[in-house]
Write a protein that binds this ligand. Sequence first.
Ligand code: GLY
Length: 604
Amino acid sequence: MRYISKLFLNSLNISKKAMMLNRVLLTLVLICSYIGALTAQKQAKTYARKPVVERYNNMVVTAHPEATKIGVKVLADGGNAVDAAVAVHFALAVCYPTAGNIGGGGFALYRNKNGTFDVLDYREIAPGNASKNMFLDSAGNIIKDLSLKGALAAGVPGSVNGMWELHKKYGSTNWNKLIQPAIDLARKGFPITTMQAREFRNHEADFSKYSHRKNYLIKSVVKDGYLDIIKLLWPGDTLRIPDLAHTLEAIRDKGRDGFYTGWVADSIVAQMNRSGGIITHQDLANYKTEWRAPLKGTYRGYTVTTMPPPSAGGIALLQILKMLEPFDLAARGFNKAITVNLMAEAEKLAYADRSKYIGDPQYISIPTDTLLDEAYLRQRFFTLQCCRANPAETIKPGTFSWPESEETTHFSITDQYGNAIAITTTINSPYGSHLFVSGCGFILNNEMDDFSTKPGALNSYNLPGSKANSIAPGKRMVSSMTPTMVEKDGKLYLVAGTPGGSTIITSVLQTIINVIDHKMDMQSAVDAPRFHHQWLPDVLYYEKGAFTKKQLYMLKALGYKTQEREPIGRMDAIMLKDNKFIGGADYRGDDNADGVNDGTKFDE
Ligand code: GLY
């Protein structure tokens, strides 16, 4: 406590007398907060910004109402959760092009009705001609934007192969029936939301720089059949993407080969040749998904099942939960400085480990067991200085003997048969590389930026690059995507996931803590304001309204550099309670809160 006061007061450079007084006051405030919080009655507060959506049979929660409607219809027609997921994935590629995709990749976490889990990794991979220093100039400096925009930024897409393999193993409805709704959506068009209208305008400059104008998304103006390039789209305008409908027809008729071979593959390679990219026919034809074993951990008697590498998300999530388990977070209070202090310090340690150890498991050995070992985590957490922000430079990745060798979207679906699926899919940043494939109506990802372009250099999420995540042909780049499920007594309790780059992990973490520790209902747990610390930069980011003035004062007194930022994540989750599925869709980013972006909204 003394140390905190000194740290804080020194920085103010005020007179000795005032320092004394302030020191006493600060000490009193912190002591009172600890005692107050620890003796306070546990009270679940409601943060929900909209009514709870409940259904008995099944639930679909996505980032867009059109995709949700399509998923619900598949289930109503007797399809299972995987069928609905396939239809939703392709629908999002049409109606949510900022992140929904066929030009990107993702992860699926599936739980069947008997409680058996499976994980599908359909992450993008580096093209065969990729190389470690491909984004550096001759002096070894990073070439601005090269890994983020344009043809070189794209990894070989995995989404179509992912949906194909997922359907082959677990689907029950005919493939073509699942693709058709997305084709219809692309051809007939759909009204764009306020958020989408704003985004299209914001990205217009990059679209025009990296793509040919005629390849942009196309809208119907004045009357049906008259097409214009995207320019100024207004909320409610009908967006139609006929080129994408044509591509989806190839996928409907030929399955994965409709994308990875034939005229679509020819178009991708031709686009690469025109735009200076390196993806070849061979890269496309050879793309493979991987079935993986999920990671499992426990937290306060709940079982948490989540994503293994190449996502860094699952390991970090389980590490943070285990470090926090000894503490009564509920008693400390939601977003109180003394709670945030514990959570932020655990987050910093997990992100420090991520910076050294996580990469593609096919290319490096990852010490998963050690990283998740309870003794290792406790020892790491308890060597921190208590009750203060430990400066980032004093925190390092854990050491042990080991041979060295913000866009995305998430949807959660539960079906009437007892199966559940959580999928997070991405083209990385909003609109990925901004490169449309000519004649195909879709955008390629810019996932190459998730690799370490240079050791120590920061990627677009300010995550430091590591040797473990260096570029190599055919390698998968590290991700933060964390589709996760929580069980209690062997029964499914929560399905969760979110976009948000490096903040994905801490958003999933806070949703779990909100329901388990703070006893929030589903919608509150999703809507409750979030914060995020990722070790480097040494900043505690928070959403507007996350902390009261008093808590913010205390966090600063504890030594945190704090910074308000734009909304963190966009959670789409489902909770199972009293035999009901309760949907929690996130309104974040929907300025009007008018429900047009509400992914639990469906017509029945
Ligand atoms: N592209 C964001 C992620 O995979 O974490």
